[in-house]
Design a protein around this ligand. Structure first.
Ligand code: FAD
Length: 381
């Protein structure tokens, strides 16, 4: 019997069938252009919004579908298997940024921002990382100082996904003392924000369609109601609370990437001949793919269980860290071994396996490096 994810429903079957067709017909043909211009066109965001593929797990009153994270997971899987150029940006926008606003925003903030994010009118980003601070998030230097009836933000961020496109940036800033207790999350609406400057769209080795940027804040003034949460100093706790979902979203993408790599490589090795027979007839090829397929299945079952836990409100940081670390490690290994089976063609950009290889590498780094994941897991021993 074919395996079916426990969280799948008939309603999701219907949605996914239409969604995949839409992605293949309307968005996939633009993927090459987006890679060349190092950015996704805005019409893709609007199109995803119209399909109901953004902010699905946000309540209907704020423009979402009122679904669970399972719906977001389905969207991420379908993006990864059809137009992977969109996965990272959408994941940040829907599975991360929207949930900070949903969980910590006031009623007014939710009504102001979420419907526009759901329609794709506004694109969201989260700015944690700074040139001097990545893994050690408690050391952020960007400040947000109360002056009169405003916050004045100063500092620099880097590696920010959707940085060029973003209309709304959740900024991790220091409002108080050194360390975790002095950190707050503050929303900057970028349109017309004096002192806000986008830096370069960074030149990455992969994820070419995803814009990743430096951001500069030079006396950027925002009203006090742009603080997320009722009081200052909640930022670090808010970040920690959202990490399980963020990390699980990365693991969901990793599983879809592994499955795609195995599928593409299986097709190729059945066609391509060497020494008078298909590559698949060599035991090395078949065994390599058998191992990769097994690991993809193990990863899927584990991630499906994590999705169930998250939907039930029970996914803890340690388990989510296990999913992020193990699945991304296996994703990179799978991409590497599958590429090998393509021979020289695997090294050519026109073969999707080359992009799976190069794009998967970041998964071990962002969303908290895999070393940090192991530190978190180790603390539970
Ligand atoms: C394409 C891309 C997109 C990104 N998107 C975003 C985004 O949208 N928003 C955002 O805020 N950030 C984003 N990032 C930043 C990303 O999250 C950081 O790069 C990551 O957290 C690592 O931080 P760092 O680069 O400063 O590395 P460092 O923290 O300097 O780490 C360097 C190495 O040291 C290791 N290390 C660090 N501390 C320890 C420790 N205690 N024990 C053992 N090893 C350790 C790390 O694991 C790593 O191998 C993105 C990065 C990239 C490349």
């Amino acid at each position: 019997m074919a395996y079916r994810s426990s969280w799948m429903t008939e309603e999701l079957d219907v949605f996914r069938d239409q969604f995949r067709k839409y992605l293949a017909k309307d968005l996939a043909p633009h993927a090459e252009t987006w890679r060349e211009q190092k950015m996704v066109d805005r019409f893709a965001w609007r199109g995803l919004g119209e399909m109901g593929a953004l902010l699905a797990s946000v309540p209907e009153e704020y423009g979402g579908l009122g679904a669970t994270f399972a719906y977001d997971a389905a969207v991420l899987e379908d993006l990864e298997s059809t137009v992977p150029e969109l996965t990272t940006g959408v994941s940040v926008h829907s599975a991360i940024v929207a949930h900070y606003i949903l969980n910590y925003g006031s009623e007014e903030q939710k009504k102001r921002w979420l419907p526009k994010m759901a329609s794709g009118e506004m694109v969201g980003a989260i700015a944690m990382t700074e040139p001097g601070t990545g893994s050690d998030l408690q050391a952020v230097k960007t400040t947000a100082k109360k002056q009169g009836n405003s916050y004045v933000i100063n500092g620099q961020k880097t590696f920010i996904t959707n940085g060029q496109a973003a209309d709304l940036v959740v900024v991790v800033a220091r409002t108080g003392e050194a360390g975790a207790k002095g950190i707050s999350l503050i929303v900057v609406e970028t349109a017309g924000a004096d002192g806000y400057k986008r830096g370069r769209n960074l030149d990455k080795i992969g994820l070419h369609a995803s814009d990743t940027s430096e951001l500069f804040f030079d006396n950027v003034t925002v009203p006090p109601e742009n603080l997320l949460g009722k009081e200052e100093g909640q930022g670090f706790v808010q970040l920690m609370q959202q990490l399980p979902q963020e990390r699980l979203a990365l693991a969901v993408g990793a599983v879809a990437s592994m499955e795609r790599a195995v599928k593409l490589t299986t097709e190729y090795t059945k066609e391509r001949k060497a020494f008078g027979k298909p590559l698949m007839d060599f035991q090395n090829t078949a065994f390599t793919l058998a191992e990769r397929k097994t690991e993809a299945m193990i990863a899927r079952v584990f991630v499906d269980w994590c999705i169930e836990q998250l939907v039930a409100g029970d996914l803890d940081t340690v388990t989510a860290s296990m999913a992020k670390y193990w699945c991304s490690d296996k994703q990179v290994q799978t991409a590497d071994e599958c590429l090998q089976l393509f021979g020289g063609y695997g090294y050519m950009q026109e073969y999707p396996i080359s992009r799976i290889f190069i794009d998967s590498r970041i998964q071990k780094i962002y969303g908290g490096t895999n070393e940090i994941m192991k530190l978190l897991i180790a603390r539970s021993l």
